[in-house]
Design a protein around this ligand. Structure first.
Ligand SMILES: Cc1ncc(COP(=O)(O)O)c(C=O)c1O
Length: 341
């Protein structure tokens, strides 16, 4: 059976991307590799205008790198937590030795003025950390621009986990640090951790070599990498960025809004997120038949995801990223609706 991925990632790859990765790796100290790297970096800057760094790793590594390079032991950190991935960010900051204060809400992120009040009461906050798209519930934080202003007002750095959002969920301002990865909305294979920087890392205590952004930046100034890069992932990313950029970023975003909008309007289950909070990459719905729906779709060749943590067995999550069609979504909707009485 050949399965199609409608998961929160990794996603179904376009055939151009599959063809691009199916080749021998280049030697990473060669002129040819530098050309590839330069191309990919330039395209990443077209997607979001900041300094991109790529390291071998997944989304978790990108988030860890972002936090370890901008948070120091003893720093006061405000962690905005409204789901599993917010909790993981807080855990990373704790492992770095920061004093982490969680601003925890049930489903939706708190409004920026609440974050500002909370941070002002704590005093001397060095970082605010937040998830752009909470993949565990399909909830988007649409306050990033205002959060960046809050961070600026209080002299803190804003670190955003956009692993399942950028470039589908737009970011229309200069966020200090964004962590993402190749295998979700970028439509490339897993293996590339991406950190976009609008500010320079100045860690006061050492960062493990594999995560040291200063080293990466030093090498990138010569179009080079400190260690072996994820070479075949970069082939794939180069091809997927071509697809995204030739379609145009706004059209690419609109395509996902249409796909997600179709699910929200056609599936006869209550969606976890409502209104503006709804994600355009992952749509989540409450059901007490999650495992039956997932199994039935699997038998039809479609892989979707269930809930994480407390939501296990209570929701289904359908990813709309990657090489999928409206026809696929129509089939998924029909099957899910068969379980609704
Ligand atoms: C918002 C978010 N952050 C971080 C991660 C971790 O990424 P990875 O599993 O690639 O390490 C994920 C993965 O689903 C995610 O959705």
């Amino acid at each position: 059976m050949v399965y199609k991925l409608l998961t929160p990632g990794p996603v179904q790859l376009p055939k151009e991307v599959v063809n691009a990765i199916a080749r021998q790796p280049l030697f990473h100290r060669s002129k040819e590799f530098r050309e590839l790297l330069e191309n990919v970096l330039e395209k990443l800057r077209k997607v979001y205008n900041a300094t991109p760094v790529i390291a071998p790793g997944t989304g978790t590594l990108a988030v860890d790198m972002a936090i370890y390079n901008f948070v120091n032991p003893g720093d006061i950190v405000v962690a905005i937590v409204h789901g599993e991935f917010g909790n993981r960010m807080a855990q990373t900051a704790e492992s770095r030795g920061a004093k982490v204060y969680k601003l925890e809400t049930k489903l939706y992120p708190p409004p920026p003025d609440v974050v500002e009040d909370y941070a002002l009461r704590l005093r001397n906050v060095k970082a605010i950390i937040a998830v752009h798209n909470e993949t565990s519930t399909g909830v988007v934080n649409r306050y990033l621009d205002k959060l960046q202003k809050v961070a600026q007002n209080i002299g803190a750095v804003l670190i955003v986990d956009s692993v399942s959002a950028i470039p589908v969920e737009p970011i229309n301002c200069k966020i200090d640090v964004i962590a993402t990865a190749t295998h979700k909305a970028f439509m490339a294979p897993p293996g590339g951790a991406i950190v976009y920087l609008n500010t320079e890392p100045k860690p006061r205590t050492p960062v493990p070599l594999s995560m040291d952004l200063k080293r990466f930046l030093e090498h990138l100034s010569r179009i080079d990498t400190p260690y072996t890069p994820p070479i075949n992932v970069l082939y794939g990313l180069n091809a997927s960025l071509d697809i995204i950029l030739s379609m145009g970023l706004t059209n690419y975003q609109q395509l996902h809004r249409e796909r997600a909008g179709f699910l929200y309007s056609s599936i006869k289950l209550r969606s976890v997120a409502e209104g503006v909070h709804r994600s355009n990459t992952v749509a989540a719905f409450y059901t007490d038949k999650a495992s039956e729906i997932i199994e039935r779709l699997r038998n039809q060749g479609y892989i979707i995801a269930g809930g994480l943590g407390e939501l296990k067995g209570k929701i289904i999550r359908i990813g709309v990223m990657g090489d999928i069609s409206m026809e696929d979504l129509r089939k998924v909707v029909d099957t899910v609706n068969m379980f609704v009485v």
